[in-house]
Ligand binder design. Structure first.
Ligand code: PEP
Ligand code: MN
Length: 361
């Protein structure tokens, strides 16, 4: 892991955390001067200090609105002058970086489609050499943690010290409740791998609808994420992009007010009850592992039997029986089918791996 454990990287968001939690808000796209300024003034009144707006928009299909481009940088400059807010925009190539820096933009972010392309990320990283600006790196559209970390490393190797990740969910085929599936285990693993890297959640692009923003934001706070990036628009129903997910500044105010901020360790709370429960969990986990090892020794014996009798490893009927009967038992113990399935799939896969070694030895 090449990511620096530098002090600068740690909690640089605190410098900007004029209010709690760290929030970046603003429209998906800068559309008109009036929309940009009107939205900004309303957000400033709520105490939002960082304004986002897409200048160049990466769209899935051609012939859609692709952002008004560089001319909106002038409007953003005016927002900065009139409100004192910091301005964040998305950059996807070195020309964007050049234009954004020329217009005194304060924070740059790399979008999900760009993070997925190492050539583009490297081009951006190279164009940032010697420049001290915060960079936010969205997760790539595909659920690939290594690619996300790789993009962060490329930016870091260009000398940038203030880096944060943005979790905006991952694309999938077919319709789901989310526009981009959160796959929370990926940002959780990112946090475990690089604990000093701040992570901001983007509930707007995860949810894709206004209704989901509150629950996703609360979940992000409960997973100890460091901030939120939320799309807000003075007239969301008329937005030129992402019309279903943008909210009014007033709606944003309500959401932020209702967010419950919990702490890893609140002051004045004794952790002894929690520690007791954790001891119990440690004990159960040891038992689970012992039982799994015991189960695995049966699997190995079965492997030897299959080898001797020239039997296939996979016995589909048996595997089906196992799953169905474990579901029934699981339900009686209040364990969901989804959970039981994921555990047994992984046990089954490991059993196959072990038996493959035996059969091919
Ligand atoms: C955006 O923030 O408006 C955007 C295009 O996001 P993403 O790169 O996450 O799709
Ligand atoms: Mn958007």
């Amino acid at each position: 892991m090449k990511i620096k454990k530098s002090r600068e990287m740690n909690n640089w968001l605190d410098d900007f955390k004029l209010n709690h939690p760290f929030v970046i808000a603003g429209p998906c796209s800068a559309e008109t001067k009036e929309q940009v300024l009107n939205t900004a003034h309303q957000l400033k009144e709520l105490g939002i200090n960082i304004y986002r707006a897409g200048v160049w928009k990466p769209r899935t299909r051609p012939n859609l609105f692709e952002g008004v481009g560089s001319k909106s940088l002038e409007w953003l400059k005016q927002v900065k002058k009139e409100t004192g807010m910091l301005i964040a925009v998305e950059v996807a190539n070195k020309q964007h970086v050049y234009e954004a820096l020329k217009s005194d933009i304060d924070i740059l972010w790399i979008g999900a489609r760009t993070s997925a392309n190492p050539f583009s990320v490297q081009e951006i990283a190279d164009s940032l050499k010697g420049i001290d600006i915060p960079i936010l790196v969205k997760n790539p559209i595909n659920p690939d943690l290594e690619l996300w970390i790789g993009a962060i490393e490329r930016i870091q190797q260009s000398g940038i010290t203030r880096i944060a990740a943005i979790h905006r969910g991952f694309s999938s085929y077919g319709t789901t409740k989310f526009r981009n599936i959160p796959q929370w285990q990926i940002p959780i693993e990112l946090k475990r791998r690089i604990p000093q890297l701040p992570i901001i959640c983007d509930p707007s692009h995860i949810g894709g609808t206004r209704e989901l923003i509150t629950t996703i934001s609360q979940k992000a706070m409960d997973l100890d994420m460091d901030g939120l990036m939320i799309e807000a628009h003075c007239n969301p129903l008329e937005a030129w992009s992402d019309v279903n997910q943008q909210i009014t500044p007033k709606h944003l105010k309500k959401i932020l007010k209702e967010l419950v901020r919990r702490k890893i360790k609140p002051d004045n709370v004794s952790l002894s009850d929690l520690e007791d429960l954790r001891h119990r969990i440690d004990k159960h986990d040891k038992e689970l592992l012992t039982i799994l090892a015991d189960r695995m020794s049966c699997v190995i014996e079965i492997g030897n039997y299959k080898k001797k009798n020239q039997m296939t490893i996979l016995q589909t009927n048996r595997w089906n029986e196992i799953l169905q009967s474990r579901f029934i038992k699981g339900r009686s113990l209040d364990l969901s089918d989804e959970f039981v399935k994921s555990i047994f799939k992984s046990i089954h896969q490991e059993s196959i791996n072990k038996q493959e070694l035996i059969l091919n030895s």
